[in-house]
Design a protein around this ligand. Structure first.
Ligand code: DGT
Ligand code: MG
Ligand code: MG
Ligand code: MG
Ligand code: MG
Length: 245
């Protein structure tokens, strides 16, 4: 077909291929989920329905894009790790990011009713970004960063809401009580005042969710499984050596 005289406009498009040999990370995050979670009356500090819905969406994304070797979710965010050799969409960052974020968002709406009895009040939005990591160490440090973030926030939120919900503290008083405390202080406070052993809190809250492909021996195919384990130490990586090989 002959080119139209308008076709030159394509030349304005910018190339955005991800550098070869790098790990491609797509991270998405709910927009204004502070408001979204309160409007939908999410349980504080953690709503298991919301986290399980996020994991369902994460699985849907991985099944659609098998080049994703690992997913990590916590709070209103999810990270997806594409294998280094991924050539999907010619490694174009915008294609990868928008397809992942779009499928995740539509899945969130589509599967909402499987997790919540109350209806969805308005359409949720997720932002997306692409980050490239040239070394395995950088990738591990990235995931450690996200899991440490999950831990720090969850320990704070668990302490804060224990003071408010069980200790009858006002919100400003609870904030004051925690100001300047380290993690040891918070563990001690939870245990001595509320008989809460933080290490016994559900792992999905403390560690976040790791999604990875595992052989399903019964069905003789690979499935996405969800684990709530430590990914900062070496154990996870020696036990799942296929991830970095
Ligand atoms: P953003 O991402 O800059 O558009 O703004 P937000 O409001 O989404 O802030 P972000 O992503 O830093 O923090 C996540 C918010 O979502 C935070 O306000 C707490 C809320 N959230 C996430 N998971 C839960 C949950 O399980 N229960 C409750 N109550 N809130 C949650
Ligand atoms: Mg957010
Ligand atoms: Mg934010
Ligand atoms: Mg967030
Ligand atoms: Mg098209």
């Amino acid at each position: 077909m002959a080119k139209s005289r308008y076709e030159y406009v394509k030349l304005f498009e910018q190339a955005d291929q991800c550098l070869r040999n790098c790990w491609i990370v797509v991270r998405l995050d709910g927009r204004c989920f502070h408001k979204f979670s309160s409007q939908h009356r999410f349980k504080k500090p953690n709503d298991d329905r919301a986290l399980n819905l996020m994991n369902h969406c994460g699985k849907a994304v991985m099944k659609e894009f098998p080049d994703i070797i690992l997913g990590y979710g916590q709070s209103d965010e999810f990270s997806f790790i594409f294998k280094k050799s991924c050539n999907l969409f010619g490694r174009r960052a915008s294609k990868l990011m928008t397809n992942v974020t779009s499928l995740f968002s539509s899945s969130y709406v589509f599967y909402w009713k499987n997790y919540f009895n109350d209806i969805l009040q308005y359409p949720p939005t997720f932002d997306g970004r692409v980050v490239l990591y040239p070394s395995d160490k950088n990738l591990r440090d990235y995931l450690s960063w996200r899991q440490a973030d999950c831990h720090i926030n969850n320990l704070y939120n668990t302490s804060f809401w224990a003071l408010v919900q069980q200790g009858q503290y006002s919100l400003p008083d609870a904030e004051k009580k925690l100001c300047g405390t380290d993690s040891g202080d918070k563990n001690e406070l939870l245990f001595s005042q509320f008989q809460i052993n933080y290490d016994k809190e559900p792992a999905i809250f403390r560690k976040g969710s790791i999604l990875l492909w595992k052989e399903n021996v019964v069905r003789k195919r690979k499935d996405v499984v969800v684990e709530h384990v430590d990914i900062i130490g070496d154990n996870f990586w020696t036990g799942n050596s296929q991830l970095l090989s």
